[in-house]
Design a protein around this ligand. Structure first.
Ligand SMILES: [Zn+2]
Length: 491
């Protein structure tokens, strides 16, 4: 587009200004296919073999993203003067995002102001100026306008100050909630899950991923439980990044959820799931519709099992096998399907095969002096399991609600699911046929649902007392007046 012709230069400047201000100018830019270059021509001129260049093609200005909800709420306060706003400044001034649109902000915060009028109104150190002006004719500029509570429509313009020069900013008005709900329509009634509450225990890679996916589906309430802080070693797999290292995972994940849905309600509990904390955690189970257990040790899973069976809420347990060569998912519908205790009794080998992703997990299963190596698998291999958990949680939450997704309920009836990422050497799966060769044999990269029997005499979900009484010939009727203490935790 470089040219030495002063008349072309001034026409190009005029056309660019018109593009930036979204108005018809005296000149416009076209791509002349014969000359193979961009030239400015008089508006209305028809040039054969030339393509009009629109504002979308140009992308030559930095962008400011402003919250429509904020503008609507604050416009009545503007009559007296200007209001300050602060904006995240990204990529050396290429993008400004009004703070409060999400939970996170940039390192450098730009100060700005909003005032009524058609022109910029910089003062002090402000680097962004936003002007809003009532407009009657919105043709061609509708997307730069918003409807105020008084029924009037306003046009929004913005500028940034760089090296004492004012540059036009392209305005993006962000109406977060309608925009999010519009995208969700089709598969889910947009507000179907707004009242649902998910209790997430354990916010490692899988737990954090599941919470974020469920927030994207529209789940409105989360209870997050994890005592750990994000470490640099976690970041390679965890949705949290290096800039979050050192923060408690409950806080990191809370911010990531708000980044996906500003309306989400999150309660955070940086506590470990132990016998001592079981009483403190009981109300969390009563408040939830479903529990997703992503902890990496058996004692905590058994506590979650007891508390969810007692609270009669569905619990999902996920786990990767060592070095994530595969994984499994267990769904417990209390007293209708096997609980975690039933699973441990029925499939001890599968319950034992766990990924060792942290020092705590290694210590938890190291019963001898021989150290257990920390051998985490790839995030890529953990995510299929997390994805299955998120899908099962979603299906459980919509079971009693109208949704076309309920067609899947018959496909996910089994209580236990099993997935293999690779035919790991040294396991009973090492001789599985290649994925490409198998038609009807079991292979990697397929989910298998397995129907497990529930242990009627399970100490956790079954009629354990009756079973013991029958075994020892005790007549329970004769004990009717004896207070039987509540069941102790099984260890
Ligand atoms: Zn059981």
């Amino acid at each position: 587009m470089s040219t030495n012709d002063p008349q072309q230069q001034s026409m190009i400047r005029e056309a660019m200004k018109a593009i930036a201000e979204r108005r018809p100018g005296r000149t416009k830019l076209v791509y002349d296919k014969t000359k193979r270059t961009i030239v400015a021509v008089a508006q209305g001129a028809q040039i054969p073999k030339a393509l009009d260049i629109t504002a979308e093609d140009a992308d030559m200005f930095a962008v400011v993203s402003l919250s429509t909800a904020w503008l609507r709420e604050n416009i009545s306060r503007l009559s007296g003067g200007k209001l300050s706003i602060s904006l995240s400044s990204w990529d050396k001034g290429d993008a400004f995002t009004q703070r409060g649109l999400g939970a996170l902000s940039s390192d450098y915060i730009a100060e700005g102001s909003v005032s009524l009028g058609k022109t910029s109104a910089f003062s002090g150190d402000q680097s962004v100026s936003v002007a809003i002006d009532q407009v009657a004719d919105v043709r061609g500029v509708e997307r730069f306008t918003f409807l105020a509570p008084n029924g009037e429509r306003y046009l929004v313009k913005a500028w940034q100050k760089r090296a004492n020069e004012e540059e036009v900013l392209e305005v993006h008005l962000v109406d977060v909630l309608p925009a999010i709900e519009e995208r969700r329509k089709g598969l889910l009634e947009s507000s179907a899950l707004a009242d649902s509450t998910v209790l997430c225990i354990g916010l490692g890679t899988g737990g954090a991923y599941i919470a974020i996916e469920l927030a994207k589906c529209g789940v409105g309430n989360f209870i997050l439980v994890d005592p750990d802080r994000l470490s640099a070693g976690n970041v390679i797999r965890h949705p949290g990044g290096l800039s979050q290292v050192g923060r408690k995972k409950v806080n990191v994940v809370q911010d990531l959820l708000i980044e996906k849905n500003p309306d989400v309600k999150v309660s955070i509990h940086p506590i470990a799931t132990t016998v001592e904390s079981a009483e403190e955690m009981t109300p969390l189970f009563r408040a939830a519709d479903i529990v997703v257990c992503g902890t990496d040790n058996r004692p905590s899973k058994l506590i979650v099992n007891k508390l969810s069976v007692d609270a009669k809420i569905v619990a999902l347990y996920g786990g990767a096998f060592r070095r994530a060569y595969g994984g499994q998912v267990l769904r417990v519908r209390p007293r209708h399907s096997p609980c975690y205790q039933c699973f441990v009794s029925a499939m001890p080998e599968e319950a034992n095969d766990v990924e060792i992703a942290s020092d705590e997990a290694a210590a938890g299963i190291s019963y001898s002096d021989r150290p257990v190596p920390v051998e985490p698998g790839l995030s890529l291999d953990v995510l299929p399991i997390a994805n299955m958990l998120a899908k099962l949680a979603l299906l459980e939450l919509i079971r009693a609600k109208p949704s076309s997704l309920n067609v899947l309920q018959r496909d996910f009836e089994a209580p236990w699911y099993f997935w293999l990422n690779r035919p790991e050497a040294g396991t009973k799966y090492s001789s599985w046929p290649a994925l490409s060769e198998s038609i009807d044999e079991m292979t990697i990269h397929r989910w298998y649902g397995v129907d497990l029997p529930r242990d009627e005499n399970c100490s956790m979900c079954g009629d354990f007392i009756s079973a013991v009484a029958a075994e020892h010939g005790i007549d329970l009727q004769s004990l009717a007046n004896v207070q039987i203490p509540s069941k102790p935790l099984p260890f």
